[in-house]
Design a binder for this molecule. Structure first.
Ligand code: URA
Length: 442
């Protein structure tokens, strides 16, 4: 194999042979292909895309770079959910205990923050003592015992994807449909699940803002799923504004606890119920999505989802008292309030700008090995379309220094626009449902 020629072929739009892709990617796994050559190939794929055959091959190489779990000894279908990444998106934290409290097995392997988007693991780890680095044996044992575990991608699950994901993050090659689809699906197939709900974000804060590209991503992942006998339902959801009020790890954990208690912001509750309903139907616990909705709403209101969260936290060595007293979560030392500079209507709360500002505040990572500051972030109550009066509070900033708070306040001011006229309608929270049978507009 001559890496230079493979990069050149792809750059010129040729289809790579299975042997070429295997040699290049397995060579990278074995440290025989350096980062700079892999970066060049990823950029060529970013511009030229992948054919169906190339996409299957790449997904398979990533899947086979690690272990493939199986839970055949557990009765019933195993179901997971994955989001393509958003700002304020804490749905997985609520969904896993909710759906597993109703009898569907949820073996969940999640990621950390990527770019301007937050990650489930960073949020979960704000619970004092909670471990997400279980071994695969511990993961399997917990799933068998209580029906759910929430961990990070171990070295054994699609390790090649883990390396490529980190490289893509720093080489501007994240926003590629075949790269996103093969990355997500290789990890999900490795989990040993039977069905998957995908939350595909669109709008300014999504990796693929356009509707057409989001639909193409959904269809690509559904097609990969079919190849591996994994049933996939994809929902296209709004990321033109942050989800809920909280952006930042401990703040989002606190908001998740509120929703698990039957409270919390209505958009978070609604999206959780919509996704739970799909998972419950796929898991065979609900005969229809409508029945799934009812079951999910009840489990949030009667405390069953919260009790399952308590079991998960205890099993993963965390302090379950946070569920009764969220003040036990890490707290930022400085808080400032942003007031409306004028009367008017909230035109936009730009999710991308909020996400980027949160990363700079310390809620995300500027470099791969940077530590997140768990207590910092934003609590933004202003929503597009809302009428506001001058000096009304729009949001709060939580920071670890006065300087950080002042800077974060200025960035937030820039992300929120106010005008005299109401804005055009924001994107519907859930706009499309995509399955192997086709696209349904909701
Ligand atoms: N999430 C993933 O797991 N992979 C990507 O490439 C993008 C989002």
């Amino acid at each position: 194999m001559v890496p230079y020629q493979i990069i050149q072929h792809k750059r010129n739009g040729a289809e790579l042979k299975t042997a070429e892709l295997s040699a290049f990617f397995n060579g990278y796994s074995a440290d025989e292909v350096p980062d700079y050559e892999m970066s060049a190939l990823l950029m060529a794929i970013y511009f030229q895309g992948l054919s169906h055959d190339e996409l299957w091959t790449l997904t398979d190489i990533m899947l086979r770079s690690g272990k493939r779990l199986e839970f055949a000894d557990i009765a019933g279908r195993k179901v997971d959910k994955h989001s393509t990444g958003g700002v304020g998106d804490k749905i997985s934290i609520i969904l896993a205990p909710l759906v597993s409290s109703l009898g569907v097995t949820v073996p969940m392997i999640s990621g950390r923050g990527l770019g301007h988007t937050g990650g489930t693991l960073d949020k979960l780890e704000t619970i004092p003592g909670l471990r997400t680095d279980l071994t695969l044996d511990q993961f399997r044992a917990q799933v068998r015992k209580i029906g759910c575990a929430m961990i990070g991608q171990t070295a054994e699950i699609a390790p090649l994807d883990k390396r490529l994901y980190a490289l893509r993050d720093v080489t501007a090659t994240v926003e590629s449909i075949p790269l996103i689809a093969s990355s997500i699906m290789s990890k999900k197939i490795a989990e040993g699940i039977d069905a998957l709900v995908l939350d595909i974000k669109r709008g300014s804060g999504a990796f693929l803002p356009d509707l057409e590209r989001a639909l193409e991503l959904a269809q690509t992942m559904i097609a990969i799923g079919q190849f591996y006998n994994l049933e996939v339902v994809a929902l296209l959801t709004a990321m033109d504004r942050p989800l809920g009020f909280a952006v930042g790890n401990a703040l989002e954990m606190e908001e998740s606890i509120l929703v698990l208690r039957g409270e919390g912001p209505s958009d978070i509750r609604e999206l959780t119920i919509v996704e739970a309903a799909e998972m419950l139907r796929l898991g065979g616990v609900a005969a229809s999505v409508g029945e799934g909705r009812k079951l999910a709403g009840k489990a949030l209101d009667d405390g069953s989802a919260l009790e399952q969260m308590r079991r998960i936290i205890e099993a993963q060595s965390g302090n379950p008292a946070v569920l009764d007293d969220p003040a036990l979560l890490p707290q930022a030392s400085v808080q400032r309030v942003l007031h409306a500079p004028s009367n008017g209507y909230i035109q936009e709360v730009n999710a991308l700008k909020v996400g980027q500002a949160a990363v700079r505040l310390g809620a995300g990572r500027g470099t791969l090995d940077a530590r997140v500051d768990p207590g910092v972030g934003y609590h933004i109550t202003a929503k597009p379309g809302q009428r506001i009066e001058k000096d009304e509070p729009l949001a709060s900033v939580y920071a670890s220094s006065a300087d950080g708070a002042a800077h974060a306040l200025a960035e937030l001011f820039d992300a929120i626009t106010i005008a005299d006229e109401p804005p055009p309608r924001p994107l519907p929270l859930v706009s499309h449902r995509v399955t192997s049978a086709g696209v349904e507009e909701l």
